[in-house]
Design a protein around this ligand. Sequence first.
Ligand code: PLP
Ligand code: TYF
Length: 394
Amino acid sequence: MAPPDPILGVSEAFRADTHEMKLNLGVGAYRTEDLQPYVLNVVKKAENLMLERGENKEYLPIEGLAAFNKVTAELLLGAQNDVIQQQRVATVQGLSGTGSLRLAAALIERYFSGSKVLISSPTWGNHKNIFNDARVPWSEYRYYDPRTVGLDFHGMISDIKAAPEGSFVLLHGCAHNPTGIDPTPEQWESIADVIQEKNHIPFFDVAYQGFASGSLDTDASSVRLFAARGMEFLVAQSYSKNLGLYAERIGAINVVCSSSDIAKRVKSQLKRLARPMYSNPPIHGARIVANVVGNPELFNDWKEEMELMAGRIKSVRKKLYDSLSAKDNSGKDWSFVLKQIGMFSFTGLNDAQSENMTNKWHVYMTKDGRISLAGLSSAKCEYLADAIIDSYYN
Ligand code: PLP
Ligand code: TYF
């Protein structure tokens, strides 16, 4: 028997629990205030348009839907960006964020044999699996400092500096998973400096564009800063969270190159890698994204709905902080909960404390102390605060 996935396995355990107060804060999936899954209205609108047009289900080309590939690169980099105007981006539709990362890992394995990928400590659990399966060696750079519950910026910079020249540096574009801690704009500049100095290749994972700040452009600013420097880099994108298209498996891999000729060749190699793995990607989610991003009215609807989702998460974050501060009379500073960005809060609870959360309080979460605030309602903030304080001090 293979072991269950440390994140997706949490949902299986949750489903088996019959307690009335049970709460699933394991997987990062947006829920409404009633803790129900949410299909965006703009997605339904786009699907209606698609139905009306009676579009066919023929195979897509290996690289995916052309209209999707165009808008996804533009959404990421800005339509007016030089790299777009000069056709220097090789974009291939992928099987959501995970499949896009996996395709890029295959590219690294084939054409940068022996190069390693530096990943943050900690990072999203699946990153290590993806590189292991692609047989790409990896090592970690320091990222999270438990003493400050913040970024270990000096550790991060020295570890990137110490890595062999020409390594790939995996960076979370925004809303770092699991910590919710992002570098500041000034820190991003210094990260870019050291990457350039060492001829490393940046490799962005962008799974939360628009979901962190509520603004698509703000959340892409880290990636655009690297583009403005004329660097070559990779970006995996996902529409699971920001459009709620989890099961449609829609995302992309973008390789920003130094010339359009190189971009063409890189794209041809990505297609060569995709062909024997899955032949060609699914069409439904690609059409939804192409319709939403490509239509000014739907695009506007989307931005409003995304602000609403990001806003609900911010409001439970605030309420959880207020409840923790009110209930805890030890003087502990819980303000890190407020400072963290995106769907998650990294609570600082250890293995045993996280187990207490589940065993005693029926709060399901990953063992690293991460909770998904997207699965929390304001009605359950007080209960969660009680559970956290009990687990923390006992
Ligand atoms: N990368 C990070 C950091 C994530 O948190 C996720 C989950 O959303 C993904 C990638 C990819 O998820 P998916 O394959 O559903 O797009
Ligand atoms: O970290 C999370 O919870 C999300 C969802 O194999 C997820 O990124 C978790 C595990 C997985 C795929 C997506």
